[in-house]
Design a protein around this ligand. Structure first.
Ligand code: THU
Length: 134
């Protein structure tokens, strides 16, 4: 299952837009995300907290919105952050992406706010990961 380039570009634009809503008064680091599901794309931004550990990354916010709307299959993830340096998803987010990914080959797109991007699969980011097997 592959995702069209045009879809990826549209999601990069959505993630850059969503980043504008970031609540990041502590780190001043804004991130945006877009998550493709079977029905639609969900966006998210990072939401920080005065109790720092409660901070939620942009990609997890987008995934939680999708799941709360009944979409539990993720086909692609885009993260937009940083001016000139591509930002990688954190380990916690990769584990949450893995929970809902349609397969290990789904694309994780990391984009700068200027629109440069690269694409690696979930399997590339997290080749050995925790899964609960009966
Ligand atoms: N952050 C994200 O939202 N996504 C990432 O992929 C990396 C980090 C956020 C968390 C925190 O609000 C800020 O960036 C600095 O770590």
């Amino acid at each position: 299952m592959s995702v069209e380039k045009a879809q990826i570009f549209a999601m990069i634009a959505m993630a850059i837009d969503a980043r504008e809503k970031a609540y990041a008064p502590y780190s001043n680091f804004k991130a945006g995300a877009a998550v493709l599901t079977q029905s639609k794309v969900f966006s998210g931004c990072n939401v920080e907290n005065a109790s720092y550990g409660l901070t939620m990354c942009a990609e997890r916010v987008a995934i939680q919105k999708a799941v709360a709307e009944g979409e539990t299959k993720i086909l692609a993830v885009v993260i937009a952050a940083g001016d000139d340096q591509i930002v990688r998803p954190c380990g916690a987010c990769l584990q949450v992406i893995a929970e809902f990914a349609a397969s290990g080959s789904i694309p994780i797109v990391t984009a700068t706010v200027n629109g440069e991007y690269d694409i690696h699969s979930l399997d590339e980011y997290m080749p050995m990961r925790f899964e609960l097997k009966e």
